[in-house]
Every structure is written in C-alpha cells, then in structure tokens.
Ligand binder design. Structure first.
Ligand SMILES: Nc1ncnc2c1ncn2[C@@H]1O[C@H](COP(=O)(O)OP(=O)(O)OP(=O)(O)O)[C@@H](O)[C@H]1O
Ligand SMILES: [Mg+2]
Length: 242
C-alpha cells in the first residue's frame, strides 16, 4: 500500500485553538483510519470521529472506496457534492456571520491517496474541524442523545431563520437542511449549522437547481428544510409532554 498526502492548513486557524503540525495531523488521521475509537456521528456520505474523550477537534472522513457517488464528486465528475476543501471554504466564510448561530471552525483538510491492492487508487478526504459542544437534532429525535435543558424551540428556530437570511445575502445556500445537519448546544441550547457538502455560491433564482447531463435536480429550499425540522421537533416535544 502506497500513500500520498496533501495537507492544507486553514489560514484562519483561531488563536484559541492549539496549532498542530502537519506531521501530527497525519499521525492522528492514521490513528483514526487504523482504529477509530471515538465515534461522533455519521450521515449518508461521511463518518465523523474524534481522537479521545476530551479532545476539541473532530475529523470528517469521506472514503471514496465506500461511496461511489463521492468517488465521482472527488474526481470533479459530480457537481453536486463539494470536495472537502470547498466545504472548508464555506465554513471559513461563515465564521462571523451571526452572533447566535455558528458553524464549526475548519482547521485542516487532508486528501490522502491510498492504493489498495487490486484496485484503482482511492482518495480518503478528511476535514479536521472544531468538535461542536452539541448534539444533532436527528440524534435527539432518535433518542440517541438527550434534549439539552436550555433548548427553547421558538428562539432557536427564529435565530436559525435569521442566520439563513444572512447567509443567503452573502450568496451562500446550504441546500441540505435536515435534522442531521442542525445541532443544539449541550449547555446553552444554542443552534449550530453543519455539513456544507452540497452548499453553493449562487443567486436566489437558481440556487436550488442543478443540471447535469441534461437532467435537472432540485434541492430542498433552506427555509422549507428548516420548517420541516421545526415541525419534527414540535412533534417530539408534544410526545415528551404526554
Ligand atoms: N463539527 C462537528 N461537531 C460535532 N458533531 C459533528 C460535527 N460535524 C458532524 N458532526 C456529527 O456527525 C454527523 C455527520 O456529519 P455530516 O452531516 O457532516 O455528514 P454527511 O455524511 O455529510 O451528512 P448527510 O447525510 O447530511 O450528507 C452529524 O449529523 C453530526 O451528528
Ligand atoms: Mg449531514
């Protein structure tokens, strides 16, 4: 097995997050790929892990060997999925948009080329980012995580609504708003938005439309997605109070 790495350090790593050398980050990623012990979460595309129980950094891994759609995306053949460095750029651009809603701070992106015997070279992409002190709404709905005490539905969703308005003013559209991509702060109940894997820079008119090989795809409108999540949360709260 031969490997090569491309490590890209985010130029805007905040002072309060300790800096790690490239060698260290590669060693961390090796460790996680060899035997991931601390699972954080998973979606359709990626798996997220942390290093140990008290770290403040997590790693989003996309393994093209495990996901054919992603393989196309990484080769630039599928315009609907962002490469990990494009995803990191969105996170950078959204750091100071709002005082009430945050996105994770990106730290590093690593693309690791892995030659597996008898197969084509596969790419494993890694985004090292701030581990949010939060639980996803999906995990709360599925009773995999506790609903934080300080959660207040109406202020939570009002803040999110304003955040998406500001984001759209910057020309950024998320396009994958669902319960797995919104998180609630464990201590303060504050909202977080994650996963800019299908986000675009666009104008309002064609933000939710994509066309590829003559076929048109429609993405979910960010506000519709938000409404659906709020409805799911309302139903969950009603059930809790019974
Ligand atoms: N920075 C973070 N801090 C804490 N938890 C996170 C963070 N990023 C992701 N997670 C957890 O990992 C899960 C999967 O991450 P993410 O949504 O980025 O993956 P995905 O495969 O792109 O998802 P999708 O199915 O929406 O495409 C999230 O639902 C969340 O529970
Ligand atoms: Mg997701």
């Amino acid at each position: 097995m031969t490997e090569s790495f491309t490590v890209k350090k985010n130029e805007q790593i905040p002072e309060d997050v300790h800096r790690i050398t490239d060698e260290k980050i590669i060693a961390y990623i090796d460790e996680i790929l060899r035997e991931p012990k601390f699972f954080v979460g998973k979606g359709n595309i990626a798996e997220v892990y942390k290093l140990d129980s008290n770290t403040s950094i997590c790693f989003k891994l996309i393994d093209e060997g495990k996901n054919g759609t992603i393989a196309l995306a990484l080769r630039g053949e599928n315009p609907y999925f962002n490469s990990i460095s494009v995803e990191a750029n969105f996170l950078t651009d959204l750091q100071n948009v709002d005082s009430k809603v945050r996105v994770p701070r990106p730290l590093y992106t690593v693309e690791r080329e892995v030659e597996r015997s008898g197969q084509e070279t596969a790419i494993v992409s890694v985004l090292a980012m701030e581990l949010l002190p939060a639980v996803s709404i999906r995990d709360v709905l599925d009773e995999m995580a506790e609903l934080p005490d300080k959660f207040d539905r109406s202020s939570f969703f009002l803040s999110l609504h304003k955040f998406f308005e500001k984001m759209h003013e910057k020309g950024i559209y998320h396009r994958d708003v669902h319960a797995g991509n919104i998180m609630i702060g464990t201590k303060g109940g504050e909202p977080y938005v994650i996963d800019f894997g299908t986000a675009v820079y666009s104008n309002a008119e064609d933000a939710y439309q994509g066309s590829r090989r003559g076929a048109t795809t429609r993405f979910r409108n960010d506000f519709n997605g938000l409404e659906i999540v709020e409805r799911e949360v309302s139903q969950f709260l009603t059930k809790l109070n019974k």
